[in-house]
Design a protein around this ligand. Structure first.
Ligand code: NAD
Length: 509
């Protein structure tokens, strides 16, 4: 495996800033005074910033600020709220490169991908800005004379947002923008490994004219996350992260009947049929499996292959995986960055061992990269296991790293059965030239997202995003469906007959 240059040294000279929490429009330290260091996963000598290590008291203050800001924000006409979002989108466009570099530094994926991450935030912000002038409700004819009826959305109140690190600006924006345009105020608990990208998003919103208290941020780990989910003044919680944490968040919300939106893990599948364009399928599996170092909820961590093309695909795929340049994502020549932290590298290494013990055939990779340019980061080889049985742990558990399992099958029906056999249901794809096979798989895969002749990644902001089974709890991010998470419907009846009319009760004509 090739390696390439170290980090761009320009970043080193930038002064390390001490960030606090953002509460009521001010940066304030954690009540405990505790802090967390944010370091580059490609180079642990690169200290990016120092952030507040928050606790329940900080969440208390942030929720109070959001509550206080709610009446005025809700009263601002929605198109005006949308105008602030438009201005924010313009600022993100202007600062895209800077924010992308910050994101690569704090979470490791290559610059082309963090530019895409910021672009998703831009797209979502523009999209939701437009919702300032839509937020369509319904009017329906009344069953009674001289009566009018309609439904309108109303904000829930304070939205608690809990986010992961792998899309450090996109995911906060996916939650924040629909919440804001509907008139909610926000407390966001940033991911412990990527607080800077949340800070950058908040700075853009503030520069765009967002009033103090409308968005508040607490940084830190699980403790403030749990406090936010359980807080009685938080009316809606939107969470993205692992299925295990999502379960805890769901339980915390359940006893108070809160709106609870969960986007969780995945074990996504690419199915390659015997008639597929194999070079296209290899390209897709490489991008789907090793993009973001496999740390995407939609990562193509399983490739189910028709036995007639298995060997040809495996040979070409392994050759390409071996050639991937692994290193610091700030170097434009690099194709795959590090894992996010030590714990994640240990987990991937553990699964590399599990695969071998289960009898999967290690076709390439399987080891950490620790020497030379890799010495200061959490690097791992692109790893491919062949001859996997669907029941193997490497073929059904979310690894969240650069590990792809190849599973041979004999037919489309078997591919679909294997594809659906895992506990997750986020994304699936098929490579075939046969429209009948494509439509059959499209119908029968029980996933929230499906692709034909494209990998399992590549969602756009104007279609709903989310998954079935252990991936989600029935809600969707993005598109107009995101509005449902952050609003309540109110049905309104206006009787202008001047006398009592009783619906559903027979009234003499
Ligand atoms: P994680 O579950 O460890 O953490 C997610 C967030 O929850 C973090 O901000 C964390 O501090 C917070 N948290 C931890 N304990 C908590 C608690 N008890 N109560 C409330 N909050 C708590 O996940 P991660 O490692 O940050 O992200 C990786 C996971 O996220 C993967 O499973 C991946 O598939 C998933 N993910 C899903 C999607 C999706 O849209 N389905 C998108 C991106 C990532």
């Amino acid at each position: 495996m090739e390696s390439a240059g170290g980090p761009a040294t320009a970043e080193r000279s930038v002064e390390v800033r001490n960030w606090g929490n953002f509460i009521g429009g001010k940066w304030v330290p954690a009540a405990s005074g505790r802090t967390l260091e944010n370091r580059n996963p490609a180079d642990q000598d690169d200290l990016i910033g120092v952030f507040a290590d928050s606790g329940a008291q900080d969440v208390e203050q942030a929720v109070a600020a959001a509550r206080a800001a709610f009446p005025a924000w809700r009263a601002l006409p929605a198109p005006k709220r949308g105008e602030i979002l438009y201005r924010c989108a313009e600022i993100l466009v202007r600062r895209k490169e800077e924010f992308a570099r910050d994101a690569t530094r704090e979470m490791g994926k290559v610059l082309a991908e963090t530019r895409g991450d910021v672009q998703e935030a831009i797209d979502m912000t523009y999209y939701m800005a437009g919702e300032g002038r839509r937020q369509f409700g319904q009017t329906t004819p009344s069953e009674l004379a001289n009566k009018f009826q309609m439904s309108v959305r109303m904000p829930v109140g304070v939205a608690g947002l809990i986010t992961p690190w792998n899309f450090p600006m996109a995911i906060p924006s996916w939650k924040m923008m629909p919440a804001l345009v509907l008139g909610n105020t926000v407390v966001i608990k940033s991911a412990p490994d990527t607080p800077l990208s949340t800070v950058n998003l908040i700075e853009a919103l503030t520069e765009a004219g967002l009033p103090a208290g409308v968005v508040n941020m607490v940084s830190g780990g699980g403790q403030p996350g749990a406090a936010l989910a359980a807080h009685p003044d938080v009316g809606v919680v939107s969470f993205t992260g692992s299925t295990g944490t999502g379960r805890k968040v769901s339980e915390a919300c359940a006893s108070r009947f809160k709106h609870c939106h969960l986007e969780m893990g995945g074990k996504n599948v690419i199915m390659v049929m015997d008639d597929a364009n194999l070079e296209l399928a290899v390209d897709g599996a490489l991008w789907g499996g090793f993009g973001t170092t496999g740390q995407r909820c939609t990562a193509a961590s399983r490739v189910v292959l028709h036995k007639d093309v298995y060997s040809r695909f495996a040979e070409r795929f392994v050759e390409r995986a071996r050639a991937l340049r692994v290193g610091n994502g700030l170097d434009e020549r690099i194709e795959m960055g590090p894992l996010i932290n030590q714990a994640q590298r240990d987990k991937v290494e553990m699964y590399a061992g599990v695969g071998r013990e289960e009898g999967a055939r290690l076709l390439c990779g399987g080891h950490r990269l620790a020497g030379g340019d890799h010495a200061r980061g959490f690097f791992f080889e692109a790893t491919v296991f062949g001859d996997c049985a669907p029941a193997m742990r490497v073929a059904r558990e979310e690894i969240f790293g650069p590990v792809v399992s190849l599973i041979p099958v004999g037919s489309l029906e078997e591919a679909i059965e294997v594809g659906n056999s895992v506990d997750y249901g986020l994304s699936a794809s098929i490579y075939t030239q046969d429209i009948n096979k494509a439509f059959t798989a499209m119908r029968d895969m029980y996933t929230g997202i499906f692709y034909v002749n494209a990998p399992t990644i590549g969602a756009e902001t104007h279609l709903p995003f989310g998954g079935t089974k252990n991936t989600g709890n029935g809600h969707r991010e993005a598109c107009v469906q995101a509005l449902d998470v952050f609003s309540e419907w109110k049905s309104i009846y206006i009787d202008y007959s001047g006398h009592l009319q009783r619906a559903q009760i027979d009234t003499p004509e």
